[in-house]
Design a protein around this ligand. Structure first.
Ligand code: GUN
Ligand code: ZN
Length: 675
């Protein structure tokens, strides 16, 4: 089995799945083909809709003597006259719909193998999500038994083993853990059609997140029966890679048009809010007046156009790093989707493990839910765990976000005065929707690279207030001042000013006068910043060992005036990337970090076979990785070492620490510099 990642965002990914009939890029939408009746012909699916992969039902073929014989003799690809990757389902859905199937569970797997299916599915037991727990448990036991036996018979077919468990999360977890132990190729999440049909999206999200965290990260996840474009973005965000759609034709039969924003019945439409080839050629009355057969075909085509369009939109969002933003648009289309999205707060630490540390797109705040995403969570976590204030600066001056960035530029005059008056005991930090941002961390993703409002809702005010409390509890100051912003940040401060003894200033002059009589010692603000960014990025203590007073020098960008290169002993030590505010490593810096951080921290450890390649500057393929720091995040700078902890190279991680040992294909680390 081969599955490798090309790009990623949140838990979503663009992957390449290799099958006997070629490679497909995921997320992939497989239209369901009924071998007996085709609403849209396979030829059309391939030529007009560019469908890359199809799914059909092997049980229907198995039950029909003629189809069965052709499939066994010529193969299922020739039966359908389709030469691309083809998945076959097993009959579980028929079991769900009609209560029984007349086929031996292992025989149907062997049948799928024998007709040359690229991906077969076990005959999992699929029932309504609300059947009693005991029944679900017994069903899982039987499904697991079948999965184990089916694996032995899969031959060169990829095998999908479905995770069931109804609405019971603990049973879902158990089933996922047991399935994860098997040598399966694809992991569908099954039994969720009733949840989707009844708009039980919150439970759907809980099921997906529960299952996803216990399955191997290197295996594709298929969300069985999910064919509505309204759900694709959210499902991809949670890590689903494959979808199948019979909905495009089922909805058409009911005169329903699907959109990424929801469903419209033809009876209720006066206008067609779509510009697909169908909706530009016909208007509502044309569609109504068609023969039933023709109308079904046209509506099915519309449904397919918008479904494939949404998949492409999602992939583009992953490329740009704004999948969260796309999902935040989609979840406004139904309160149950909003509810589902709000549930994700519970799982933020899982998202944080996989979400890249910086993205091509800015962080767009689209509502208070945005603050439950992994980027703000990671920022606060690192701020609290890794940041310490400059020691000499015992007075905190908090300056609110006024909607203009960079903050240091907006507050340029004030900062200049503080500097001219040598008020080195004042430590400046900004108050933003992300909470307290010490001046040293202003440029780090997503702080600088964000677009956020200054008119705040109650939830955001309360979020900001909590952040202030946490920050001040962690970083003790002699005094805290806040300069009024005449905006909603004032409300957040008012909520905690009494408890935290924050002095609220109408203007800054009194502070500048009153504290100028304090004695002060010199501060090196560049050093303070470099050290704190390093701590934030690599871990506490990194800053002090990398940057020592008097030993380092730096070069600024001629255009922006920002620090770009840092030298030690006249050799380049680190570069500061303007778009992320983070460092890239050199071998010199890596050596220093390795001495301080014990193995496996910051490391990707590779076997002997990889050494010569990596030393020549080649990227690290995941199959060479023997161990690594589990705390690595995609996009992190890492140090590539051999088993003797000797440095081979430095580079940027493509995979997360928790994925590195799971993937056996594709690039794990992009090498930047080798020894
Ligand atoms: N199609 C829709 N849901 C399911 C499921 O749970 N299992 C299988 N095998 N097929 C499905
Ligand atoms: Zn249309």
């Amino acid at each position: 089995m081969s599955f490798e990642l090309k790009d990623r965002d949140a838990l979503g990914r663009i992957g390449i799945l290799e099958t006997k009939h070629g490679k497909v890029e995921t997320p992939v939408l497989m239209p369901v083909i009924n071998p007996k009746i085709q609403t849209i012909t396979i030829k059309k699916l391939v030529e007009n809709f560019k469908a890359k992969m199809l799914i059909t039902n092997s049980y229907i073929i198995y039950k029909d003597p003629k189809l069965r014989e052709t499939a066994l003799n010529k193969g299922v690809h020739r039966l359908l006259e389709f030469n691309g990757p083809l998945m076959t389902d097993s009959g579980s859905f028929q079991l769900y719909m009609y209560g029984d199937v007349q086929v031996d569970p292992i025989e149907i797997v062997m049948f799928q193998r024998d007709i040359g299916s690229d991906i077969g599915v076990i005959l999992d037991i699929f029932r309504e999500p609300d059947v009693p727990r005991e029944q679900v448990k017994a069903d899982i036991e039987e499904t697991l038994r079948r999965a184990k036996l089916s694996i032995k018979e899969k031959g060169d077919m990829l095998l999908a083993v479905t995770v069931q468990g109804g609405k019971y999360l603990e049973l879902r977890e158990w089933c996922a853990k047991e399935m994860a132990k098997l040598d399966a190729d694809i992991y569908p999440i099954g039994g969720v059609v009733p949840l989707m049909e009844n708009y039980r999206f919150r439970e759907l999200v809980e099921v997906i997140m529960t299952v996803k965290q216990h399955l191997p990260p290197s295996k594709p996840i298929h969300l069985f029966g999910c064919g509505h474009p309204m759900l694709f973005a959210l499902a991809v965000l949670l890590g689903c890679d494959m979808f199948d759609s019979a909905s495009y034709s089922k909805y058409a039969m009911d005169n329903r048009l699907m959109f990424p924003t929801g469903t419209h019945h033809l009876d209720n439409l006066e206008y067609l809010p779509c510009s697909c080839p169908i909706c530009t050629k016909y208007d509502v009355s044309d569609l109504r007046e068609m023969s039933k057969e023709e109308r079904i075909e046209k509506l099915a085509e519309h449904n397919l156009y918008v479904s494939f369009e949404e998949i492409r939109r999602i992939k583009q969002a992953i490329r740009e790093g704004n999948l969260w933003e796309l999902v935040e648009m989609r979840i406004r289309n139904h309160p149950n989707l909003l509810d589902a999205y709000r549930t994700l707060k519970k799982y933020v630490d899982i998202f944080e493990r996989y979400d890249p540390i910086f993205k091509r797109s800015a962080f767009f705040y689209t509502g208070s839910e945005s603050l439950n995403r992994s980027e703000p969570y990671r920022y606060t976590k690192r701020l609290i765990e890794r940041y310490t204030r400059p020691q000499q600066a015992s007075i905190l001056l908090l300056l609110p976000d006024k909607g203009a960035k960079p903050y240091t530029k907006y507050y340029g005059n004030l900062l200049r005065k503080i500097s001219e008056k040598k008020l080195t005991h004042i430590h400046v930090a900004f108050l933003t929707v992300f909470g307290v941002v010490p001046i040293e961390l202003e440029e780090i993703y997503p702080i600088q690279q964000s677009v956020t409002p200054t008119i705040l809702d109650k939830d955001t005010i309360s979020y900001v207030k909590t952040c202030v409390e946490e920050y001040i509890a962690k970083n003790i100051y002699d005094q805290v001042f806040y300069l009024k912003g005449e905006n909603d940040f004032d409300l957040a401060i008012k909520k905690c000013s009494d408890k935290l003894k924050i002095n609220i200033l109408d203007d800054i002059s009194s502070l500048l006068e009153s504290v100028s009589k304090f004695s002060s010692s010199g501060r090196n603000e560049v050093l303070e910043k470099l050290q704190r960014v390093a701590d934030y990025q690599f871990g506490k203590g990194a800053g002090k060992i990398l940057f020592k007073e008097g030993e380092i020098s730096w070069k600024r960008s001629k255009e922006t005036g920002k620090i770009r290169y840092i030298y030690r002993d006249n050799q380049l030590l680190l570069s500061l990337i303007p778009s992320s505010g983070l460092f890239t490593l050199t071998i010199k810096a890596a050596k220093i970090l390795l001495e301080h951080f014990k193995t496996p921290r910051l490391r990707v450890i590779v076997n002997e076979d990889a050494e010569p390649f990596i030393k020549r500057g080649r990227s690290v393929f995941s199959k060479f990785v023997v161990d690594n720091d589990p705390e690595i995040r995609p996009g992190d700078e890492v140090i590539i070492v051999n088993k003797k902890d000797e440095i081979l190279a430095v580079g940027r991680a493509v995979l997360a620490g928790v994925e590195l040992l799971s993937f056996r294909r594709g690039v794990a680390v992009k090498t930047r510099k080798s020894v």
